[in-house]
Write a protein that binds this ligand. Structure first.
Ligand code: COA
Length: 162
């Protein structure tokens, strides 16, 4: 596996993986294309051989940054791609000089929360009923947990798998 900044030719794969991960909440390719040229954004990908296996999109705002979206192709999940990708994306963000990085995550997303905690993120808040899903024609609401990491290169290295 190898991480790099996304290129224009990676956008179709990123868009497909995002749709596979987030279904009805999928983003259009134009959103990821815009991230390539935005000076505030970083779009990092991880490759399995020559294929894109996952992406992480981070946006900087003054001294802070936010993970906007992050996903690994379903066939590549639970193989360490997410952990390696998160480290690479955080290292890229660290170079921009931001002091902290924030994210929202569904309170029932155990793989993502495990990954974020291991990368040094701490829970700092909750957004009640933040996610709305339609289940059998009815809305179902789920809380978001807000996590924050003070940027610290040492803590990132501890997330690497042995
Ligand atoms: C969250 C996500 C990016 C993790 O990527 P991944 O490549 O599967 O992650 P890793 O293989 O590095 O594993 C990370 C942790 O999740 C656990 N995990 C992965 N898949 C799992 C599953 N299906 N069920 C339970 N745990 C799982 C791993 O065991 C590991 O746990 P550990 O940190 O305690 O060792 C991936 O599951 C994903 O794309 N999910 C859908 C989109 C999403 O939820 N994005 C995050 C939004 S905030």
């Amino acid at each position: 596996m190898k991480c790099a900044s996304a290129k224009l030719q990676d956008i179709a794969a990123i868009t497909r993986i995002h749709a596979a991960c987030f279904g009805a909440k999928a983003w259009p390719a134009e959103d990821f294309e815009a991230a390539l040229s935005a000076p505030t954004d970083s779009l990092t990908v991880i490759y399995d051989d020559d294929y894109v296996a996952g992406f992480c999109h981070i946006r900087q705002s003054d001294d802070s940054a936010e993970i906007l979206t992050f996903g690994v192709a379903p066939v590549c999940q639970d193989m360490g791609f997410g952990a390696a990708l998160l480290i690479a994306a955080l290292e890229t963000t660290l170079k921009t000089g931001v002091e902290d990085i924030l994210l929202d995550v569904r309170q029932d997303n155990r793989p993502a929360i495990s990954l974020y905690r291991r990368a040094g993120f701490k829970r700092v808040g909750k957004r009640k009923n933040y996610y709305k899903d339609m289940v059998a024609g009815r809305p179902v609401y789920t809380d978001a947990h807000v996590y924050k990491k003070i940027m610290d290169f040492t803590a990132q290295r501890e997330t690497r798998r042995a």
